[in-house]
Design a protein around this ligand. Sequence first.
Ligand SMILES: Cc1cc2nc3c(=O)[nH]c(=O)nc-3n(C[C@H](O)[C@H](O)[C@H](O)COP(=O)(O)O)c2cc1C
Length: 358
Amino acid sequence: MSSFGRIFRISTFGESHCPGVGVVVDGVPPRMLLSAADIQQQLDRRRPGGNKLGTERNEADQVQILSGIENGQTLGTPIGMLVNNKDQRPGDYGSMNQIPRPSHADYTYQQKYGIHASSGGGRSSARETIGRVAAGAIAEKFLLEKYGIEIIAWVSSVGDFDTDSVDMEIITRDDVDANEIRCPDAQAAEKMTSEIVAAREAKDSVGGVVSCVCRNLPAGLGEPVFDRLEAKLAHAMMSLPATKGFEIGSGFSGARMRGSVHNDPFIKKGDTLGTTTNNSGGVQGGISNGESVYFRVAFKPPATIGQAQQTVDYAGNSTTLEAKGRHDPCVVPRAIPIVETMTALVLADLVMLQKIRE
Ligand SMILES: Cc1cc2nc3c(=O)[nH]c(=O)nc-3n(C[C@H](O)[C@H](O)[C@H](O)COP(=O)(O)O)c2cc1C
């Protein structure tokens, strides 16, 4: 399915080498001030070609608003947005059409539909995420203006290089964008950058982890039992291409702790309760508790590499594949706005669902 959300609902369309990609967003409140610039700022952070650590495919990714906004205000009607694919080079893929790329989506799309887009990843390509980013930029604006909710993601590891020296309560997008790798820890950023450059020079690729924090969330978001907040976030994150893992709060390390260490004791905070620690990641019983929600998403090394790989073609004949085309040696720097906007889509929908109860 290409749709996500219940009230704040998006449907994305487009393939990597067709004329364009885009989204229809339903449920945006009326009379909200909204311009193309509000949407473009996250598309600019996502776009390829703006960063030496990413693919050489160079796309301006200028959003065109087709409907739902007039004189700088939302009408409450579906907002249609289109981004043209300009730097598509279907010819780059030539013989690759006969050989399913190991660990890419060529084989599974072919098995499912009996046909697959003739160039690149088609629908499985990260170009599809443009629609989500455009829609999520609207969700972010709504969440920030109406509730003061802030969503910040950053690169917390690449290959074997990690950072844990980030203060989630104060980190800003400017901190994240201070370097191309989008890791706010300058020392770790340098090592991560060298790792990506080395992978690219070896015609190889490398994986990484994106961390994300959501601040100023009200308590009460999340719809037990199937639409628990962490379940919706996991769904959203694992729907992104190349994701291999999701953990919230203490995550897998929590499984190694005792309850006496893991529990988050309550304290009085103003008129409500807060907690002194936050191993829960701001969610208990699938509902936000008012503390910051934080989680991590693991991205695999991109499948398309220039190194020769032994494999078989669609007919089963042995062959060697040296992938052509322009590809990201590591996806995490570009995944930052994608993770943030996808998070915003989840939260905007849950805020609206909670509002129905008031
Ligand atoms: C921002 C971003 C950029 C990506 N760029 C590439 C790329 O250049 N080459 C590639 O093979 N995969 C790339 N991917 C990953 C593929 O889209 C993905 O691996 C593929 O669709 C198969 O899906 P799966 O890895 O989730 O199984 C990218 C993913 C993201 C999020």
